[in-house]
Design a protein around this ligand. Structure first.
Ligand code: HEM
Length: 222
């Protein structure tokens, strides 16, 4: 059997693709902070990314591949585990695992749906086509105006905050699972890695939700 078809191979692939997405999320989160520097900050940042031209499309393609492979391997492992485990045994196991660990497949599915929704919202402008027409004084796409308008309503703000809580749950288990898949955990290191994973997940949650929250409460405004 090819290595990537074994459970261990799939776990390795999940670990590597998961790490790539966590790194992307951290960079994206830091990029979002440019909104605190006003339109000049985030619009220049977005224009810089657009300026990468074909490089941006290569990056998008790589990210999409990583995203799809992660989902494929995750679903495949989930089905494998389900087939190998009679449900009663699975119930007993639940007592020893965290909520975050038990719900990985579902938080993963919700996050996948959120990312599609999010790209339709802010990149494709599918819900508000006029977002594409926002231009600032320097003739750049006015991402600042788009994001501020995006989070002025309660439903959209709530959707994003709820999605970030789901991201917290997914990463709280996902980060320590990365080390486990690479065989880097033992009885001595596991508690530290578990705590560290949860800590990083909380920082990512806070880093993302601060943008919709400060906009919703009018701290950042047009
Ligand atoms: C409150 C949380 C978030 C905010 C405010 C936010 C903001 C944005 C904005 C403004 C864009 C469009 C940038 C542009 O037009 O140049 C964008 C694109 C994107 N975001 Fe987010 N984002 C958030 C959370 C996330 C999360 C959790 C993920 C997944 C890990 C994510 C993944 C993406 C992707 C894949 C794109 C498309 C990038 C591209 O155009 O190639 N975002 N985000």
């Amino acid at each position: 059997m090819q290595w990537y078809k074994s459970s261990l191979g799939k776990k390795y692939i999940m670990a590597v693709t998961g790490l790539a997405m966590v790194l992307f999320a951290i960079v994206h989160m830091l990029g979002n902070f440019t909104i605190f520097a006003g339109p000049g900050g985030i619009n220049a940042y977005a224009a810089g990314l657009q300026g990468l031209g074909p490089g941006l499309w290569l990056f998008r393609l790589a990210l999409l591949t990583v995203f799809l492979v992660h989902i494929w391997m995750g679903v495949s492992l989930y089905l494998e585990n389900k087939a190998a485990r009679p449900s009663e045994y699975a119930m007993k196991q639940n007592h020893r695992t965290s909520f975050s660990a038990r719900t990985m497949i579902w938080t993963g599915v919700i996050l996948g749906a959120f990312i599609i929704f999010h790209v339709l919202h802010f990149t494709v402008h599918a819900f508000h086509p006029y977002y594409a027409t926002f231009v600032d004084a320097a003739q750049r796409h006015d991402v600042y105006r788009m994001v501020v308008m995006g989070f002025q309503g309660f439903p959209m703000t709530l959707i994003y905050i709820a999605a970030m809580v789901v991201l917290l749950l997914h990463l709280a288990h996902g980060i320590q699972s990365f080390f486990q898949s690479l065989g880097a955990t033992n009885d001595a290191t596991l508690p530290t890695l578990e705590k560290g994973g949860r800590g990083v997940a909380v920082v990512i949650l806070l880093g993302f939700v601060i943008v919709p929250i400060t906009i919703f409460f009018g701290v950042i405004r047009l």
